[in-house]
Design a protein around this ligand. Sequence first.
Ligand SMILES: NC(=O)c1ccc[n+]([C@@H]2O[C@H](COP(=O)([O-])OP(=O)(O)OC[C@H]3O[C@@H](n4cnc5c(N)ncnc54)[C@H](OP(=O)(O)O)[C@@H]3O)[C@@H](O)[C@H]2O)c1
Length: 312
Amino acid sequence: MTESGTVLITGPTRNLGRHAVLAMAGRPPGQRPDLLLVGRAGKDLTAVADEARARGARVHEIGCDLSRLSDVRAAAATARDLLATGTVRPLRGLIANAGVMSADTRQSSPDGYETTFAVNHLAHAQLIGGLLASFTAPARVVLLGSNTYHANVWRKLLHVAEAEWADPVELARPAPGGQAPSMTASGVAYSTAKLAILYYAHELQRRAGDGIAVSVFEPGWMPGTALGRGAPAAARAISRALGRVPGVSTPRRSGPLLAAIALDDTWAHLRDGAFVVKSTPTEVEPVAHDRARERRLWEATAELLERAGAPR
Ligand SMILES: NC(=O)c1ccc[n+]([C@@H]2O[C@H](COP(=O)([O-])OP(=O)(O)OC[C@H]3O[C@@H](n4cnc5c(N)ncnc54)[C@H](OP(=O)(O)O)[C@@H]3O)[C@@H](O)[C@H]2O)c1
């Protein structure tokens, strides 16, 4: 890590996020960042914070349900206060790790938005927007992508539906009440949210200025994490079984790789939403570069966030 500072991470409570936290906390003192852990308040958040402290890190827990945008605004305000008062070192990194694949796309967040889109994209856009002026250059924003954004072999094998782009205001709308929940609808929402993250990364880099480098990390397929917790039991059992296949990614293996993207000098050159699959920079498919969609996503996101902040 060139400059020591603070890294904020969302979704630190389990699997990939937890292992990234432990990897960062376990670095030697000169390379170990202060950590802001943004996750649902409770024993899991306390447990990972305690584990990180036991490794020597200075840690602050920021309780936040990312599906609730008022919580996200409050979390950004807390982080700004900790930075402004010098309670933690300058903000050099933000890892937008939290993710969800809602089993029922009719389900809406407290703000009325489809949950997968709300947590994966809107919450992070709100958080990053609220902290943009608080970063100290050189800083890194690492977003979490997934290869499911396009029609790849794994996605087909696992029957995760591919992205179906639409205007972001439509993507944020929960499915109509009469529509039965299905794995297809759930997969479409997840893959589309991950495509949105690539578009957002490209636009964020254009707007954030030179001091903030934006990249997108793909941890590899990690079967058996809580991501598919709402999926039918049979699908979860298959996923757990596949997790035992040698060579398949695991949070324990990919967490340190994510930490490295946020901290290591080797990755200081990443920017413009560069997509890294585990440790391999990878060219995204042409569908993931679209200036018109990227601009519209930025504008629509601002509208959706503003609408959620408006008094009801
Ligand atoms: N698993 C894979 O194969 C795979 C592949 C490619 C990309 N990814 C991406 O990698 C990231 C981590 O995935 P994972 O497999 O480690 O997922 P996971 O086991 O489901 O963990 C997700 C994390 O996000 C948090 N989270 C979800 N909804 C939240 C909310 N409303 N408020 C606050 N926190 C919330 C969870 O907190 P709680 O503990 O409170 O639920 C948890 O810490 C995700 O962005 C995922 O899309 C995963």
